[in-house]
Structures are given as structure tokens and as C-alpha cells.
Write a protein that binds this ligand. Structure first.
Ligand SMILES: [Zn+2]
Length: 325
């Protein structure tokens, strides 16, 4: 789908927040003012990104409301998946990324009997998991499916969003719930993860994968193309931990070895109403990194590669990377 065909993103933002969507704090700092249309990094537009000074999540404000976003995901992004029939999707081979994901979650699948994947409309993970683990019942929920359907003996499709109105179609408790690149699309991540927690069995696990903003500059797109209209949230590692703990999901393993994304597995546990806030020194390092990324992006525009790469290299070495943030 060409970005110009997507109507949703051409609408002006229709919602303004008075506090952070993760922790509720009102104190924030504007860290950037441009972002990509949908997934098209060459088409940037005004997009105000704010960093919360309390939990360090980066959030768009103003932004599109849930009702506008829902139309996009169901009717516009859904067309991406409808280009292929379910029959074709069932025949696909595992993609490299699916193999990485399955390897990451494998140690936690031992006692799993029911697994839910959220928002995997392309079906690569669900089909691969169902074929390799015939003992596991896999449910897949995605708004792009035309109907609920049993497509393999152990793979069930549920048409719809991951929300309470679809509770009658879901089949909890699930021993494992996976959401790959779904959390950054949520307007209300607390409500989303609390619902995930509710559907988990008492000792169940959740796996969350999100893009990671603090990777080396030279493997990044220019900053204008990295913030996106369809990502109302961009997580630092600390803000993701804060959110998971607040929602009663205790992180047990975290991986950023790919440099471009964070994978976390969290176990259902007690809710923590007041996880620790980010320190001032970490907050300043995060903001400093974003300022360097802006300078690097500007250098890429005027002197592609050489000068920009040297700048990135020096900055990265001085800052010793900030992958822990
Ligand atoms: Zn916050």
C-alpha cells in the first residue's frame, strides 16, 4: 500500500493529552516535531513527540484518537493482509524474524497449552508456532480477518481488536500471550496490558516486542522517518519496565541484541502502583542522544555517509552506547 493511499494519516490529530499515557505525569519535554506518514520514511509531516520526565516514555501529543485509528487498522491496513488468502498464508515458510522470535520464547513454552498472539495478521508466527508445536492451541486475534475460523487443527483465528467487547470470542486463560510490534500502536497501553494480564493463567507469561529508539545512528533511519504517525508511543527500556510492572507483569528476560528492537518476556505477578521513576542523569542522557541523532540526520542530508558516519562513530564511542536506557 502506498502511503498516499492511506486516508487516516492525512487527517489532523483529533486528541490532546493532559498527561503521560503510561504514568499519568504532566511534566514532559518536546523532543522532536516531525514524523513519518504511516511507514513511509521519505514523507514526513508535523508530529510532536514528548518525553515524559517521570517514566521516560516518548509519546505523540496531539495524536489520533482510538476511533480514527480503528478505521485505519481494520479497513486500510487490513487490505495489506487481504492481498493474500488465508490458504496462501497457511502455506508460507517461516521468516527469519519468526525463527528469532520462536527461539526467544522457546524456553517458556514447555508447559504452555494455550497461546494467544495479538495483531499478527500476516500469520507467519502463528502458522509456524502451530506447526512446530502441535501440542499447543494457538489463537490469533487481528482486526483484518474477515471472520473467526479454525484454519488448522490447532490454529484458531479471531476477527477483531484486543478489547473487552471481544471477550466472548477469546478463550482464556492463556498460558502465553505474544504481541510483536503491537504495544507502540496503543493509545492506552495500561488498559491493553491489564487486559493481557487478565487473560493470562495465574503463572502465565507475556512476550512483548517493540522498536528500540537508542540504537547506533548508522543503522537508523533519519530521525524524521523513525517517529511515525501510527506509533503514538516510543519506549525506552526503562519506560517499558515501568509499564509492565505497573500492569502486574514482572519482566524476567530482556533482549536488545538485534539493536533495533527490544524483546521482553514478563511473568504474571502483583501490580506495582508506583514503580521507580527515571533518574535525572538517565533522562539527560536520553535527551542528549536524541539531540545527537537530530544532528546526525541533518549531516546525512548534506554530506551522506562519510561525515555523518564519523560523527556517529565518535558520539557513540564517547557515550559508550546507551543500550541500558
Ligand atoms: Zn510517564
Amino acid at each position: 500500500m502506498e502511503a498516499k493511499d492511506v486516508c487516516y494519516i492525512n487527517q489532523a490529530p483529533d486528541e490532546f493529552l493532559t498527561g503521560c499515557p503510561v504514568c499519568g505525569a504532566s511534566d514532559s519535554l518536546v523532543v522532536h516535531n516531525r514524523g513519518a506518514l504511516y511507514n513511509e520514511p521519505t514523507q514526513s509531516m508535523e508530529l510532536i513527540s514528548n518525553m515524559c520526565k517521570s517514566c521516560s516514555v516518548i509519546y505523540s501529543n496531539p495524536r489520533h484518537s482510538d476511533s480514527v485509528s480503528a478505521v485505519f487498522y481494520k479497513e486500510e491496513q487490513g487490505k495489506l493482509h487481504c492481498n493474500q488468502s488465508i490458504d496462501q498464508l497457511l502455506l508460507q515458510d517461516a521468516k527469519a524474524r519468526t525463527n528469532i522470535r520462536l527461539e526467544f520464547v522457546r524456553p517458556y513454552l514447555g508447559d504452555v497449552r494455550k497461546l494467544l498472539e495479538i495483531g499478527g495478521g500476516g500469520l507467519n508466527f502463528a502458522v509456524t508456532a502451530a506447526r512446530r508445536h502441535e501440542e499447543i492451541q494457538v489463537d490469533e486475534i487481528d482486526p483484518s480477518f474477515l471472520k473467526d475460523d479454525d484454519v488448522l487443527p490447532n490454529l484458531h483465528l479471531i476477527s477483531g481488536f484486543m478489547e473487552r467487547s471481544n471477550l466472548h470470542k477469546l478463550r482464556p486463560p492463556y498460558d502465553f500471550i505474544a504481541a510483536f510490534h503491537v504495544l507502540e500502536h496503543q493509545n492506552d497501553p495500561v488498559k491493553f496490558l491489564m487486559f493481557v494480564r487478565e487473560l493470562l493463567s495465574y503463572d502465565g507469561y507475556a512476550c512483548v516486542e517493540i522498536p528500540y529508539p537508542f540504537s547506533p545512528f548508522w543503522i537508523r533511519k533519519p530521525i524524521d522517518g523513525s517517529f511515525r504517525t501510527v506509533h503514538p508511543l516510543n519506549f525506552t527500556r526503562q519506560s517499558l519496565r515501568y509499564l509492565l510492572k505497573k500492569c502486574g507483569l514482572t519482566p524476567v528476560v530482556e533482549d536488545v541484541s538485534s539493536q533495533t528492537m527490544v524483546q521482553v518476556i514478563a511473568k504474571k505477578g502483583p501490580k506495582c502502583n508506583d514503580p521507580p521513576s527515571v533518574s535525572n542523569s538517565d533522562l539527560n542522557r536520553m535527551i542528549g542522544y536524541l539531540n545527537h541523532w537530530k544532528r546526525y540526520s541533518a549531516l546525512c542530508r548534506v554530506r551522506p555517509f562519510t561525515v555523518a558516519r564519523v560523527y556517529a562513530d565518535v558520539v557513540w564511542r564517547i557515550s559508550k552506547g546507551i543500550n541500558e536506557l
